[in-house]
Structure formats: C-alpha cells, structure tokens
Design a protein around this ligand. Sequence first.
Ligand SMILES: [Zn+2]
Length: 461
Amino acid sequence: MARVLKIQTGTECYKDMYDDSLDQKISDIIQCVDAPNNSLFKIIENVRNIYPAIDPELVQIIIQGELDKHVAAPRCTCCGAKAHKKYSNKKECFTTIGTITITCPYYACPKCKAVLTPYEDALNLRDGKYQYDIQKIAALFGAKETFEETAEMMSEIYRVDISPDTVHKLTNQIASEVSLTEIIPTPKEVSKIVEDISRDNYRKPVLVFSADGAMVPIRTEEKGQPHCWREAKGIRGYLLDKDKIVHLLSWHQVSNIEEFKGFLANLRAQDIIPLDKVRLCFVGDGADWIWDCVKKYFPECRQVLDYYHCSEHLYDFAKIHFTGQEKAKAWVEETKVRLFHNNAVHVIAGLNRMKCKTAETEVKRNNLFNYLKKNIDRVEYGRLRRGGYPLGSGAIESSNKFISNIRLKRSGAWWKVDYANNILKLRCAKYNSKFDSFFEEYESKAQAKRASREKRIRVVK
Ligand SMILES: [Zn+2]
C-alpha cells in the first residue's frame, strides 16, 4: 500500500513503520490458530516456528477473536438438544510464550444437564494453569537436570513461575503414560536409516546390539530399611558406517531379566530390525543372561565377546601365574595374537596343559579355561575384524553413562523405581529422536480423552 509521505513527529512515525509488519503478523497468527481446528499446543508450536518471541497479548486477542467467530453454539453431545449458554469463565493459561487468558463460555443442555465447554475442548486446555507446551519443556528439561534446576531454568527462560514439585509431577505424568514401544523407532524409520547407509556399501551393514547393566540408587519404601542399588539393564542398537556409529535405539530400565527378555521379544515380534538387510551382531561382556536372551530371540546374530573384558580375564590369570610382569605381559600379548589368528582352540588346550604351582593359580586357570571354552565362538577376533564387526562394547558403556548415570546418580538422590524408569524412558526417547512424536501422540490422546469425558452440571453461577 502506497503511503503519503508527510513529516511526522513523536511516536507517530514509528507506529506507521510498525503497522505493515503488524498486519503481516496478525494474518500469520490467524493461520496458526486455524480455529477451531488447532489445539493451544499446536497453535503455540505453529506461532513459535515463525515468531520465536511474540507478544502473548496479541496471540490472546487473535485466539479469542477467532474462537468467537468460528465456534458456534454447541448441540448436546449426549442427546442432541440445543445447549444454552450459562456463563463465561476466564481461563488463565501459562504457556511458553507467556500467560494467555481466554474467556471460555459454558453451555448446559436443558434436557440432560450435560455441561459443554466448546472453547476448552477446541483448544484442548489442560486442567490447571500449566499448558501442554509447558509440560513438554518441563519433561524435556526434567529428564536432563534436577527438578530444582529445571524449575529455575524455566523461570529464567520462559518467565514462568513453577515449583520443582510441579516439574516432577508434570514429568512423571507424561512418562507414565508413554509405552516403551513409543520411544523406539518404527520398522519404517529403521529401514530408512539402513537404506541410507547401505547405498554406497557393497556389503550389508553391521547392526550391533550391546547390553550391559548400570547401578541406580533406589529408595527403599519400607520404614527403617536402608536404600539400595539396583541394576538398570540397558541395550543399545547402532549401525556401523565405515568408522562412524549411527545410533538406532537405546532402551534402559531398572528391570529384571524377564522384563529385559520382554523387550527383546517385542523387538523381534514387531520386526523392527530388517534382518535380511543387515548383518546382526551382539557384543557382550560374558554375562550369561545376555547370551541366553540373544540366543532365544535373535539366534541368527553373530556373537562377540567384548575384547577388553576378555583381555582383563587373561591379565587376571597371568598376573598370579607368571613371576615377573614382563613374562605375564608377554604371555597375554602372545595369547591375544593367537585369538586374532582364530586359534582359540590352541589357547584353551595350552591352558589345560599348564602346570600350576599353587591351588590359587589352579582355580584361576580353571576359571579362565571355562570362560574361554564357553565363549569359544565369540573370540575369533581376526575373523570378526575382517568382517567389519566391532570387538568392544564401549558403545553401551557410554550409553549407560549418558542415559542413566548422568541423570540418576546425583548426590543425595535416591529414586523410586517407577520414577527412575520414567526418567530413563524420557531420556531414551530423546536420544532415539522420538520425543516430539510421542509428545504429540500424548497431547492428541488427552484431547480424545477430554471428548469422551462426561460432564454434568455442577453449580451454575
Ligand atoms: Zn443433552
């Protein structure tokens, strides 16, 4: 629009300059609102995508105006009668763009007394002040930092007044409603990653699974009993792309072996791994429970005994069998070379022939003998390396560190098992790139639940 140029003084000229950009903003926000189709959560996501910082009052005015324009007087969802407007309520909503207050009309059915709240339904408002976008941030931050620090960060960044206790509640509420399969990539997502890696490779890529446990400080519920440590079992799946690791999925839970088995069974049943397109391999440290599970659910996979754990076992024996460090070192190196040349059979036979000077040495020797014998098919390191398989389980150890230890092992923190598992779920979701999708799902589910919730007249003002 051409403007007549005139000499202006004071604030007038700035107002004019701002006018055009405001026109654009308003029409953009109307589109983001798209009343009555979008929930408040979606509206705010849309708005923040275009305007990371915006005046909440402007958004509030537009949401109110668009709802008034597009939401007609409702008919009763129970009996179909035309509902009568009873009163309006100002609903204060804390969001990540600031506080928004919406005047929400309430209707009642004259026949069956059902209460209808069309604005709150359209916006899918959460009960209470804190809206879903705030809940999402609380869960995202709360999974990374202590609840105290999260509350502080939220107040710094979003100017929202929230207590650590509320952060805790909001975080647990989401996590407890999310199933473990929702935080694992879908078969389609996994296939896409596998395809991308396979494009320039003549061999099928190696998909590695690795499992291990990490101890978590657990609160004992019974009075007078000391707190304890329980194992969070973890599994990580990743693809090897030349020298790079491409993360696929992590699953960590304070659980027993049966629950861990359940996860593998689920992974198998849902065909998440495209077994015809990858060479599957499992690296473990020798714990029997891991191999039992692997054999049961992924019998086709290549099993690898973690090279460093194996070396440790060799050293443990050599240290007490040989006099002098040099001799011990030489024997370990020689044995490792033999393993690399796939001569595990000879190593085991050699151990068997060894003369032990003391009973203690003999026990150690027998342990090593049994350990290698049990893992004989898992220590062909030369062959494994030529095949492009990994020899170590460092990836799960780092996963234990950054998924479990970093958040759960804080000074003075003792966790209820459910709460610890909730945090682990959220952290896995984050690292599996599933946080956004599961939150969207959670918010839609809440909207469906709201629609089915029956409302009866309470006290009408
Ligand atoms: Zn009715």
